[in-house]
Design a protein around this ligand. Structure first.
Ligand SMILES: Cc1ncc(COP(=O)(O)O)c(C=O)c1O
Length: 454
């Protein structure tokens, strides 16, 4: 059993776990290096320690000094831990996308946290990079850890992650899959591994929205867009990335990342964060396309405990439209689409056809249930009303009860979306009821817009 003078000695030497159930049995062996076994729970501990030791060695960090960093979270937690042990102050600049859990963890270990917006470019003075730089310049005795450009980042992985993987596989490794945040993990580990065996193929798993795939393939810097996976993918090219170490980049959607992470937890008991899902999605596909005598290694950068209120929360996943239809009820679907709309847009039997068409235009809908004293008595379709009015303009003044069609079917709101699909194949829409009262209306479009993730 391990007995140690300092928690910092529990950084690195992380275990590798075979992926048994999720991996294709006819594909390559797949192994995950589980970095949440690092002292503060993520791969970043390796570089937090290395960067601080380097500052101590070159004299720029003195006792009582301050370490400043721009971080999406894990680096902050790692730095806060190392600073706590070594007696430094830590100031962390995070962006508002970072999970609450990571912010609180860093604060629990004594860090001061400053929050910045995620949706401004890196060179904007409000960006977390710019704010961190300014604080480091203006605070006496402060250093900027600068993980994005600090050579110690790559070096830490070259000296530890790479050799550990080589040793743990006994040199039997054919492919390495990792995502790119700063690029330190993939650059350092891949450099070491490729020096040992240039035939090892290195795959980067990159979130859809990141610019790195296009950069690798065309050399051009394009415009990215926001995504939900944390800690990886970029809107700029990080200095700690040597893109030549990467053979191929594969894009992964938020939905694929989160569902793969959830599957990994449920089927393998490995509880990683969102980027674990990104890595694992690519690693599973890469391994499936290889031979059983080959070996693929990927990284579990951090723990799912940091995302309990995000990808592991059904509520959050539902709000983001990423839960499978089976787990979503018609009530939840109604709540998701309800922004700014009344629960149920309907017509009363005495309303004129003109009034019904106006109401459709006002709410941008093309069908209405007709409700008579909370009873679902008929239905109206825009196309049919317009055809009637075209034929005979006096129809515009007739009450809808004279021309309405059969009512839409009524379904209890607690029914799952999956169980309502058959009805929607036969009808344009369905009226939702609760205790016999109509409370909402769902159309085929609403279900299609809720894209199924499973
Ligand atoms: C959750 C998470 N996964 C993966 C990474 C990628 O690591 P690296 O910065 O070494 O590229 C990071 C780093 O920012 C991270 O926070």
């Amino acid at each position: 059993m391990v007995k140690t003078d300092s928690i910092l000695q529990l950084i690195g030497h992380t275990p590798m776990v075979r992926i048994q159930r999720l991996a294709d049995p006819n594909g390559a062996e797949l192994w995950a290096k589980v970095e949440y076994f690092n002292a503060s729970g993520s791969v970043k501990d390796r570089i937090a320690l290395r960067i601080i030791e380097e500052f101590e060695r070159d004299g720029s960090l003195k006792p009582g000094g301050t370490v400043v960093e721009a971080t999406s979270g894990n680096m902050g937690v790692g730095l806060a831990m190392v600073c706590a042990v070594r007696g430094y102050k830590s100031i962390l600049v995070m962006f508002d996308k970072a999970s609450d859990e990571k912010r609180r963890l860093a604060q629990a270990m004594g860090a001061e946290v400053i929050i910045c917006p995620a949706d401004v470019p890196a060179d904007d003075p409000r960006s977390y990079y710019s704010v961190a730089k300014k604080i480091a310049e203006e605070t006496p005795g402060a250093v900027l850890a600068n993980q994005y450009h600090n050579p110690s980042n790559i070096q830490a992985h070259y000296d530890t992650t790479g050799p550990e993987i080589w040793e743990q596989t006994g040199g039997r490794i054919d492919a390495f899959v990792a995502s790119i945040g700063t690029g330190g993990t993939i650059t350092g580990a891949a450099r070491y591994l490729k020096e040992k065996n240039p035939n090892i193929k290195v795959w980067a798993a990159d979130p859809c929205g990141s610019i790195l795939k296009a950069y690798k393939e065309t050399g051009e810097i394009t415009e990215g867009y926001l995504y939900l996976v944390e800690g990886i993918g970029e809107d700029m090219i990080p200095g700690a990335l040597d893109i030549d170490m990467v053979d191929e980049i594969v894009s992964v959607s938020d939905k694929e990342s989160f569902h793969t992470a959830r599957q990994l937890a449920r089927q393998e008991g490995i509880f990683g964060g969102g980027s674990t899902g990104t890595n694992m999605k690519v690693a599973l596909d890469v391994a499936a396309a290889m031979h059983p005598d080959q070996v693929v290694v990927t990284i579990v950068p951090d723990t799912g405990e940091r995302y309990l209120s995000k990808l592991y929360s059904d509520e959050w996943m539902r709000l983001k439209g990423m839960l499978s239809r089976e787990l979503v009820t018609l009530r939840q679907l109604r709540q998701m689409k309800s922004q700014g709309l009344p629960n149920i847009v309907s017509a009363e039997p005495g309303l004129s056809v003109r009034g019904a068409l106006d109401r459709m235009a006002q709410y941008n809908v093309s069908q209405l249930p007709v409700l008579d004293d909370h009873q679902n008595v008929g239905s109206l379709r825009e196309g049919r009303l317009l055809a009637l009015a075209l034929e005979d303009s006096s129809a515009l003044d007739r009450p809808v009860k004279e021309i309405m069609e059969e009512p839409f079917p009524t379904v209890e709101e607690s029914t799952s979306v999956t169980h309502s699909v058959q009805l929607l194949l036969e009808h344009q829409g369905i009226v939702l009821s609760e205790d016999g009262e109509p409370v909402g209306f769902i159309t085929r479009h609403d279900v299609i817009n809720y894209t199924d993730a499973s």
